[in-house]
Design a binder for this molecule. Structure first.
Ligand code: TXA
Ligand code: MG
Length: 324
């Protein structure tokens, strides 16, 4: 397939370029676009043939449902059978932003979007390019992360291009994703709001609105959140999650991935000062390790708080549970 690549500056959006991608979405094609979390691989939610192309382009298992991206509240009512009050309050507080809500599925949502489940997942991104693309397309956009299934999600345009060139109609280069880990997925169809995938919006922040919100832990939600059961976020290099940076073994072909200060006996990717900096660069550096030819990445496990909870979740999956 011929893939067009266009560059759009989120701070100075050229609507005629947005319309090139919106035409692709309306015409039943695939468009890769930036969001504040990771790059997405989008198609018209209401076009089952277009959505089928997403699964093919990624090599995604067909039992793994997709998030529909919206740009206004009315679109939630086109997708969900019911919109409970607490969902509205969460949307008001966290949209646009990195929160995906799971609601009861409305009659218009094609089976293939929800992978046959009776629920639908919905997110309103804050990224200006994503927002304009959804708005000009005029339909909700079903979009998983724009990586080949199993690989780390792309947070730089170049990484989305590496995986999706030749598989999609158009790729929008809108710069780097600022958050770097995918949205928090919260299930609002269970008795108690339940985090199925941790992200930048934490269970504590959600509980401030809903009174209670639980997270069952990194391996608890596989049956409910199909995506979490697959091997994930893995570069070709072996990844180890490291609790204590003093315990890293000697290894001539390895790199250390960390943040904050520290002296090491080998090459280091330093993501910055904070856990948020680390989140922003985690997937980027996992892919860099392959580009730079390292066989092993020793990656620091951050503290279990704030966005560190999401980083630990991705890192543990990327390492296949291997912890030092
Ligand atoms: O930040 C994000 O959420 C990015 C950007 C592009 O918006 N998207 C993303 O999509 O990460 P994806 O498909 O890579 O991950 C969605 C996750 C999967 O683990 C999937 O199983 C789960 O959400 N999910 C989607 N719909 C669901 C549903 N109805 N019930 C349970 N889990 C659902
Ligand atoms: Mg994904």
């Amino acid at each position: 397939m011929n893939t067009e690549i266009i560059k759009i500056d989120p701070n100075n959006i050229d609507i005629s370029l947005i319309d090139r991608a919106a035409d692709v979405i309306r015409g039943g094609g695939l468009a890769v676009f930036p969001t504040e979390t990771v790059y997405g691989l989008g198609a018209n939610t209401f076009d089952p043939a277009a959505v089928a192309k997403i699964y093919a382009a990624k090599g995604r298992p067909s039992d793994n449902p997709l998030i529909s991206h919206v740009c206004r509240l009315e679109q939630v009512y086109e997708l969900a059978a019911e919109v409970p009050n607490q969902a509205l309050r969460l949307m008001e507080r966290f949209w646009g932003g990195p929160l995906t809500v799971i609601l009861k599925r409305g009659a218009n949502v094609p089976d293939i979007v929800s992978a046959g489940l009776d629920t639908v997942s919905i997110r309103f991104p804050s990224h200006a390019v994503a927002y304009e693309l959804i708005r000009r397309s005029g339909v909700p956009i079903a979009a998983p992360s724009a990586n080949l299934s199993g690989s780390p999600s792309p947070t730089a345009a170049r990484h989305a291009i590496d995986d999706m060139y030749g598989r999609v109609d158009i790729i929008i280069d809108g710069g780097d994703s600022l958050i770097g880990v995918e949205s928090t997925v919260v299930d609002l169809t269970s008795e108690v709001p339940t985090i199925l995938r941790p992200g930048a919006v934490t269970a504590d922040q959600i509980a401030e609105i809903t009174g209670v919100c639980v997270y069952g832990g990194d391996y608890a939600n596989a049956p409910k959140c199909p995506g979490m059961k697959y091997t994930h976020y893995s570069p070709r290099a072996r990844v180890w999650a490291v609790k204590n940076m003093d315990d890293i073994p000697r290894d001539g072909n390895s790199v250390i991935l960390t943040y904050g200060a520290g002296d090491y006996d080998r090459p280091v990717y330093n993501a910055g000062e904070t856990a948020a900096d680390y989140a922003a660069k985690l997937f980027y550096f996992l892919r860099r390790a392959d580009e730079d030819g390292y066989g092993t990445v020793y990656a620091r496990l951050p503290e279990e708080e704030g966005i560190g909870i999401a980083v630990r979740n991705r890192l543990l999956k990327s390492a296949g549970g291997k912890v030092i």
